[in-house]
Design a protein around this ligand. Structure first.
Ligand SMILES: NC(=O)c1ccc[n+]([C@@H]2O[C@H](COP(=O)([O-])OP(=O)(O)OC[C@H]3O[C@@H](n4cnc5c(N)ncnc54)[C@H](OP(=O)(O)O)[C@@H]3O)[C@@H](O)[C@H]2O)c1
Length: 257
């Protein structure tokens, strides 16, 4: 029987990871570089991106480009895409990973500024970046876009409702966009449950225990555990997968009463 090649190989591909300097984004960028992809690390703090880019280039022998980028700003999307294109001449993978949900005391305490900030970062920016990247990927023959949603989009709580609404709109965006580009640009949604990234540093042991109790697997996710799904969606392993919603949440979403 003929030996199958490495389905997850990304040698020579170019991947942009927004929010690639920390947390899930850093793990995904590292996994892509481990598989041979050149990576663009884009977040607000350039110094953090530079440090990650240097480490990836050193450890995996790929090219890594740090770019200062605000995911909520319309014009920054264009600048990021053009910067990546100028440096590498192509874009094969885009991960819309930068995202967050600020705290608020009640739904009526949400003011217009908070609403705009959450929607800009979690939806407006990813939309602009996806459309710009998809058009270029299509012209070049194909690519993969991965939008990082949240289990909160499937099972929303009043504590992060605008964020959950923005994230659920990413599912709609992927469903709509995946019908375009003759299927050559695959656009999928990756749905993390609760992961112990920097956000969890403020959580007490009791909080972690309570949250873990809601997860069928009985524990929270470790950042490294997002990697398998990201590599799958980014690579030829997912050559027949587009418009999909892939949960990586220990079984959490839909499991609460
Ligand atoms: N961790 C979880 O439990 C969890 C659960 C569900 C969904 N998610 C989603 O997964 C993604 C990653 O979460 P995470 O926990 O890994 O986050 P994180 O550890 O807080 O890291 C966030 C990353 O995004 C960047 N970032 C934040 N705001 C940005 C902005 N306005 N423009 C550009 N970059 C920005 C940060 O860098 P700078 O500070 O330099 O900008 C950092 O690299 C997010 O979309 C989040 O909503 C996470």
């Amino acid at each position: 029987m003929e030996k199958r090649s490495n389905l997850f190989d990304l040698t020579g591909k170019v991947a942009i990871v927004t929010g690639g300097s920390r947390g899930l984004g850093l793990e995904m960028a590292k996994a892509f570089a481990e598989q041979g992809a050149h990576v663009v690390i884009a977040s607000r703090k350039l110094e953090a991106c530079e440090q990650v880019a240097q480490a990836l280039a050193r450890d995996f022998g790929v090219r890594a480009l740090p770019v200062a980028f605000h995911a909520g700003k319309w014009d920054d999307a264009q600048r990021l895409i053009e910067t990546a294109e100028e440096a590498f001449g192509r874009i094969d993978i885009l991960v819309n990973n930068a995202g967050s949900s600020p705290r608020y005391s009640s739904l009526t305490a949400i003011d217009e500024a908070l609403w705009a900030k959450v929607l800009d970062l979690n939806l407006r920016g990813p939309f602009r970046l996806s459309t710009l990247a998809a058009e270029r990927m299509h012209k070049a023959g194909g690519g993969s876009i991965i939008n990082i949603s949240s289990a909160g989009a499937l099972q929303p709580s009043e504590h992060e409702l605008p964020y959950a609404m923005a994230k659920s709109a990413l599912h709609t965006m992927a469903a709509g966009m995946s019908r375009l580009y003759e299927g050559k640009v695959r656009i999928n949604t990756l749905v993390p449950g609760v992961f112990q990234t920097d956000i969890s540093k403020a959580w007490t042991d009791d909080m972690i225990q309570t949250m873990s109790g809601l997860v069928p697997m009985g524990r929270l996710g470790q950042p490294r555990e997002i990697v398998g799904a990201a590599l799958y969606l980014a690579s030829d392993a997912a050559s027949y997968t587009t418009g999909a919603v892939l949960k990586v949440d220990g079984g959490w979403a839909y499991s609460r009463g």
